[in-house]
Design a protein around this ligand. Structure first.
Ligand SMILES: *[C@@H]1O[C@H](CO)[C@@H](O)[C@H](O)[C@H]1NC(C)=O
Ligand SMILES: *[C@@H]1O[C@H](CO)[C@@H](O)[C@H](O)[C@H]1NC(C)=O
Ligand SMILES: *[C@@H]1O[C@H](CO)[C@@H](O)[C@H](O)[C@H]1NC(C)=O
Ligand SMILES: *[C@@H]1O[C@H](CO)[C@@H](O)[C@H](O)[C@H]1NC(C)=O
Ligand SMILES: *[C@@H]1O[C@H](CO)[C@@H](O)[C@H](O)[C@H]1NC(C)=O
Ligand SMILES: *[C@@H]1O[C@H](CO)[C@@H](O)[C@H](O)[C@H]1NC(C)=O
Ligand SMILES: *[C@@H]1O[C@H](CO)[C@@H](O)[C@H](O)[C@H]1NC(C)=O
Ligand SMILES: *[C@@H]1O[C@H](CO)[C@@H](O)[C@H](O)[C@H]1NC(C)=O
Ligand SMILES: *[C@@H]1O[C@H](CO)[C@@H](O)[C@H](O)[C@H]1NC(C)=O
Length: 632
């Protein structure tokens, strides 16, 4: 192989020499040939190294090939999510493929297609109400936005220049080098650790990110990639083609976000991505304001100022965010903000953590809805405050992850509550089953769903427990778990609308039926960074786009509020919850709530009267011992 290449170069050299001697620039060309010869002793890939404008730094090239095949596990400890992945990376060709859950979900990144590249996601869909053989693959795509590099997606960082060597260690029984990248941003410490085998050929063992909030002395983010295998890969185009029987051409639908098309990007991004976004924002800003800078240094200087002095509403430059949170907290509002795991996200990424769809026109389906007439309950019987958590009627807070599945958490929260009121048993129901199986109801997996259709679907089919169905994946999976699999189903007898814009009706619904399916507006930054207190941002509109669960109400200093369970993990807000002011129907919370009913009659019952309060479960994700080894 090597000999052949050298022969080629020599042959080529001869030809060049002939031309060169004619041109009488011999000396210069001899120097060039020596260069080429030296480089040819390395791998093929080294030859193009200096042509690439990509991200790869020297340390990367010292350790890893630019074409590789890798398998491993992505773990999100806070979200209880473990995603096995397999990746094929063809860096120099701007292509890659990453499969999750052993090929169940495939993502393909093709920089060579479309205007700036196209991202594909191929996921199972399900066409029947009941698990059967009616699974088929569906394909979604997303054109790469102009401001993103049209590159493949690596599962290891490609620019290691900010990583410092810290020690030699043994990891999984293998001697390895540990590299670290640490930085602090708005009182958050971020540590990225990267473990590479000492033995050659080097391969990555682990990449870990731990984010710690100094102000709140708590974690705000943690994820781990463990690499199981890693080897050079000789490019094979057929692996990067769309599966033949996937219907991407005909049925292609666009994905809203490139993070849905390519979830790994969320864990591999830092700096570079953000810089591209900054450049774009800055370009927009310049265009809007008609600014031109004549020299490059002036451009950079201005950009720097812009970055640190940003006041536009949709950018999260670090200076801006820090200032934003501090200034909001200084306003002496009833609620406080704190940077959380969403602080690094763009608007688009945050939108992923929603996923509520609305009917253009609500279908009237009498058979599924039940009459709920709040006026038969005397409001003077309604307690001053209620928190269904106190009665053990609410399951622990979950995180929907990078998946627009809020509608499953909201709907199932009410079904879990109804089941509890009927049986006294608190059962965690399966969000994943709704994602995988409720397509026929018109839901769209991780791309969003409808609350009323979901309750209708649950009424018709029942829903299994999380334990029976299996873990939450934050991606679409194959619909499974039928009666023959011994999965037990929980049913509801129906659901009902609660009168709009009427807080008494919502209270009655809560008191008599348990937690209520609700929707709200979640556009404001103040909502994203809410920490505690009664949330009352007048800018929070009435247009609802996020599904949540109302679990109670109360009042502090005569300011009445709703208690809302979100699905953004327990690190968000007040242990995953938020109190929202009742007055002015803040955030549109009374805009179309739904209740789930587990029994057909006695709507005006007060289950509270017969229930005892139970101690709340404390949230512990890390043991003391584990906490002590966190490197801060
Ligand atoms: C790697 O990152 C550093 C710092 O972020 C940057 O200065 C450098 O240009 C990057 N290298 C490449 C090859 O992109
Ligand atoms: C990869 O993308 C870069 C721009 O991001 C481009 O300059 C380069 O030519 C592309 N390489 C291939 C092989 O398409
Ligand atoms: C698509 O084709 C592959 C290979 O022919 C096959 O294994 C797979 O089951 C097919 N998938 C569907 C959903 O038809
Ligand atoms: C950052 O954290 C320190 C304590 O570690 C605290 O004293 C300081 O006020 C915090 N700064 C901001 C801006 O919150
Ligand atoms: C490329 O991959 C396909 C699909 O896995 C395989 O069938 C084929 O043999 C591979 N080709 C080469 C040259 O390795
Ligand atoms: C920062 O923004 C403020 C308000 O927009 C402006 O008055 C100030 O001049 C800016 N500072 C710089 C250095 O551009
Ligand atoms: C609700 O109940 C009240 C009092 O019983 C009654 O007057 C009213 O007509 C009922 N409304 C509906 C829509 O059934
Ligand atoms: C279902 O339960 C029955 C009885 O407990 C058992 O014999 C059978 O193997 C179970 N089936 C599955 C698929 O687990
Ligand atoms: C909601 O109710 C309040 C008073 O309770 C009223 O002022 C307001 O107009 C109502 N809004 C809508 C949209 O019905």
């Amino acid at each position: 192989m090597k000999n052949k290449k050298e022969n080629n170069i020599t042959a080529m050299g001869k030809r060049i020499l002939i031309v060169a001697s004619v041109l009488m620039v011999l000396a210069g060309l001899v120097g060039m040939l020596l260069e080429v010869h030296k480089m040819s002793q390395d791998t093929d890939l080294t030859l193009v190294k200096h042509d690439i404008v990509g991200d790869y730094d020297e340390l990367y090239d010292e350790y890893f090939p630019r074409h590789y095949h890798a398998t491993g596990l992505l773990t999100l400890p806070f979200d209880d999510i473990v995603e096995p992945f397999e990746a094929w990376f063809a860096g120099d060709r701007n292509m890659s493929r990453i499969d999750y859950y052993y090929g169940m979900d495939k993502t393909i990144q093709r920089g060579d297609l479309g205007k700036h590249g196209i991202l594909f996601k191929i996921v199972p869909m399900h066409s029947e109400m009941k698990p059967s053989n009616k699974d088929f693959m569906s394909c979604w795509y997303k054109p790469v936005p102009k401001w993103l590099p049209r590159a493949g997606q690596s599962v290891i960082p490609t620019n290691l220049s900010e990583f410092k060597f810290v020690s030699e260690e043994t990891h999984r029984g293998m001697p390895c080098f540990k590299y670290e990248r640490k930085y602090k941003r708005y009182n958050k410490s971020n540590v990225y650790s990267f473990y590479v085998t000492k033995n050659t050929p080097h391969r990555p063992l682990r990449y870990e990110m731990v984010g710690y909030d100094d102000m709140l002395t708590s974690h705000y983010d943690h994820y781990v990639l463990d690499y199981i295998s890693f080897e050079p890969w000789s490019f094979n185009r057929s692996l990067l083609s769309l599966p033949k029987n996937s219907s991407c051409d005909k049925k292609a639908k666009k994905l809203r976000s490139h993070y849905l098309a390519n979830p790994m990007a969320e864990y591999m991004h830092f700096k570079h991505h953000k810089d591209y976004e900054l450049d774009k924002t800055y370009d927009d800003y310049k265009a809007t304001h008609g600014k031109h800078y004549t020299t490059a240094p002036e451009h950079e200087r201005r950009k720097h100022i812009f970055k640190h002095n940003l006041s536009r509403s949709d950018d999260d430059g670090e200076g801006f965010l820090c200032r934003y949170i501090r200034s909001k907290n200084r306003e002496n509002l009833n609620y406080k903000l704190a940077p959380n795991h969403m602080a690094d996200m763009t608007e688009q990424e945050v939108n992923l953590h929603k996923g509520l769809l609305h009917e253009k026109k609500l279908k009237k389906s009498k058979s599924n809805t039940l009459a709920f007439n709040e006026s038969v309950v005397h409001t003077d019987l309604i307690p001053h405050q209620l928190d269904w958590r106190d009665y053990g009627a609410v399951t622990r807070v979950h995180s929907q992850g990078l998946c627009g599945s809020c509608w499953t958490f909201s709907a199932l929260g009410a079904v879990e509550g109804a089941h509890f009121l009927k049986t006294g048993e608190l059962l965690e129901l399966s969000n994943q089953q709704l994602i995988d199986c409720s397509w026929p109801a018109g839901n769209h997996g991780c791309r969003g769903g409808f609350q009323d259709r979901t309750l209708r679907w649950v009424k018709r089919n029942g829903v299994t427990s999380r334990r029976d169905y299996g873990p939450y994946l934050a991606q679409e999976g194959f619909c499974h778990c039928g009666k023959s699999d011994n999965c037990t189903f929980t049913h509801i007898s129906g659901f009902s609308k609660v009168k709009k814009n009427n807080s008494d009706a919502l209270k009655v619904a809560l008191v008599t039926h348990g937690p209520i399916v609700s929707s709200m507006n979640s556009d404001q930054k103040t909502f994203r960074f809410y920490s505690h207190g009664i949330y009352d941002d007048p800018k929070c509109g009435k247009k609802t786009n996020h599904a949540v669960l109302t679990v109670g109400y109360g009042a502090d200093d005569n300011v009445p509020y709703w208690i809302i369970k979100n699905s953004w993990g327990h690190l968000w807000g007040d242990d995953g919850y938020i109190k929202i002011a009742m007055n002015h129907d803040r955030c549109g919370l009374t805009n179309g709530p739904l209740l789930a009913i587990k029994k057909d009659s006695s709507i005006a019952e007060f289950p509270l009267k017969t229930l005892n309060k139970v101690p709340r479960q404390s949230i512990t994700f890390y043991s003391e011992e584990e906490l002590s080894i966190i490197p801060f």
